[in-house]
Design a protein around this ligand. Structure first.
Ligand SMILES: CC(C)(COP(=O)(O)OP(=O)(O)OC[C@H]1O[C@@H](n2cnc3c(N)ncnc32)[C@H](O)[C@@H]1OP(=O)(O)O)[C@@H](O)C(=O)NCCC(=O)NCCS
Length: 170
């Protein structure tokens, strides 16, 4: 049986979620050295099969920022609604299911919960970036109705990586 839980550090399954993040190599994005959330704007989802954590999806809630340029006086700008209120989104930080439990619907169930949560958190959209070597992720996102914006990202070692942003209005 698949179950999706939102977890915080004081909850019973937290350590299993930390282990799942570490095994997948994703922990450094969202956890500090003590296995605690790196920042307080993160939301942690665990995917469980028969009570065992087999997947994770971590979101960050953030204002939608339009990057600074010389043209914009070097200032980041917030995207605002017609009344001037800042608009928020969730940005997926990590998303993975352990190999032995893939293609059983855990990833899809976590994405659906994340979309519900995005709405509940007062955000207008959910967004994630994915390099193009992730066919399962591309298939899943497109089948859920996400749009796609192609984009190249550069790693700290100046390697350019082809991929794009998936965005869905909630
Ligand atoms: C992406 C990922 C989380 C999906 O998890 P999952 O639990 O296997 O996903 P689901 O079982 O819910 O399957 C979702 C859809 O993807 C499809 N799919 C799964 N693997 C696929 C593959 N290798 N190629 C094409 N489609 C694939 C499934 O058939 C399913 O579609 P369907 O419902 O129409 O049949 C998992 O493949 C994974 O952990 N990949 C490595 C990490 C990764 O790429 N993360 C992405 C963010 S960077």
């Amino acid at each position: 049986m698949i179950e999706i839980k939102q977890l915080a550090p004081d909850e019973a399954d937290w350590q299993s979620l930390v282990d799942c993040l570490r095994v997948g190599g994703d922990a450094h994005w969202v956890l500090d050295e003590y296995g605690q959330p790196k920042t307080d704007d993160l939301v942690f989802l665990a995917g469980l099969v028969d009570g065992q954590v087999v997947g994770q999806l971590v979101l960050r809630r953030q204002p939608i920022m339009i990057p600074a340029t010389e043209w914009a006086a070097e200032r980041d700008r917030l995207l605002r609604d017609p009344d001037g209120e800042p608009l928020y989104e969730t940005l997926v930080q990590t998303f993975r299911v352990v190999e032995a439990h893939r293609r059983q619907g855990v990833g899809r169930a976590m994405q659906l919960r994340a979309l519900d949560l995005t709405k509940a958190l007062g955000c207008i959209q959910m967004r994630s970036w994915s390099s193009l070597d992730k066919p399962a992720n591309y298939h899943l996102k497109l089948s859920l109705g996400f749009g796609f914006h192609p984009e190249v990202q550069e790693t700290p070692s100046s390697l350019k990586v082809s991929g794009g942003y998936f965005v869905k209005r909630v």
